[in-house]
Design a protein around this ligand. Sequence first.
Ligand SMILES: [Zn+2]
Length: 311
Amino acid sequence: MRLVGPPAEAPASPRARTLGAVELVPGRVRAAVLSASGRVLERAEAAYPPNARGRSEVDAALTAAAGVFAGHPPAGIGVAAAGIVDPAAGLIVEVNDVPALRGYPVCERLGALVGVPVRVEHRARLQVLGDRWFGAGRGRRTFASVSTGEVLGVGILYEGEVVAPLGGRSGAHMAVTGGDERCTCGNTGCWKTVATTRWLRARAAALGLGARADLGALVASADARARALVAEYAENLVLGLVNVQQLFAPGLFVLHGEARDGGEHFRALLEERLRRDGAGPGAEPPRVVVADTAVDDIALLGGAGLVLSHR
Ligand SMILES: [Zn+2]
C-alpha cells in the first residue's frame, strides 16, 4: 500500500468528493459516507446471523448497508474486515465461527452494488490509515496504531506502507509471556491473555476490587492494590508494544479504545516504560498519544483512509 502525498483537496465532482467505508465483522455490517476530512456524513448498519451457512444472508446485509451510498457513490470504498483477509484478491479468507465468510468476495460484491473501486484490509491493520489521514499520525510515514480493551491489535505504517504480509496477523497472539493461561487460539502466552479487559476484570475480581471494576475506576481508586493492578496492566500492554518498537521503531503509538479511560496517568505509565526499554540509539523516542475517536468510527476511518491511500 503505497501512500502518495497529503490528502488531495476535494475535487469539483460531487461524485468523487466523499469516501466510502464498510466494516464487516461477525454478525454485522456497517457502512458510512465520509467527507474528505474524515467526518462521518451518513451511516447505515445491518445484521446477519453469524452462524449462517450460506452467503445469501451476508449478501442481504451487505446490500442493505450499502444503501447508504445510493444516489451519491463515493470515490471508492475501503472495507475493514475481521479475520484473515487477502487484499490482493479482494476477499475474506476466513473468520472464526462465521462459515459464510470463508472465501467471501467482498470487493466484487460491493463493487457490483455501488459501481466504484473497492479494497479490503484487516480492520486492526487498517486503523493506522485512519490515524494517518485524519488523526494523530497525520503526515507521518512511520507509526503504530493500537486497539486496547476487549480487542487488542496493532496496525503499523512503515515508510509509508501498511505492514500487511499475507497470513500475518495484528499482534494479539504474539507470545509475550511464559504463563500457562490458555488463549482463545489454543496457545499459551499470547499478548491477548494478559493485556485485554478480560484479564483486567478477572484480576480485579480476584483482588477483591469488584467484579465490574474498569480501568477508569481503578485509576481513580485510592486503594493501593488498584494502583498496583493498573501498573501491572500497563506493563502487560507494553510487553507487546516494546516488541513493536524494537522491530519497527515507529516512535509514535496512537492508542484507541480502553486506554482512553485510563487518562493521563495510564498514558504516562505506558510512555515511561516504553522509553525505558524501547528507545534504541538513533530511534525517535517513543511517544504515546491516546485518540478520542469514537470506538464505532475507528474502523470506518481506516476504510476511508484506505481509499485516500490509493487515490
Ligand atoms: Zn492466542
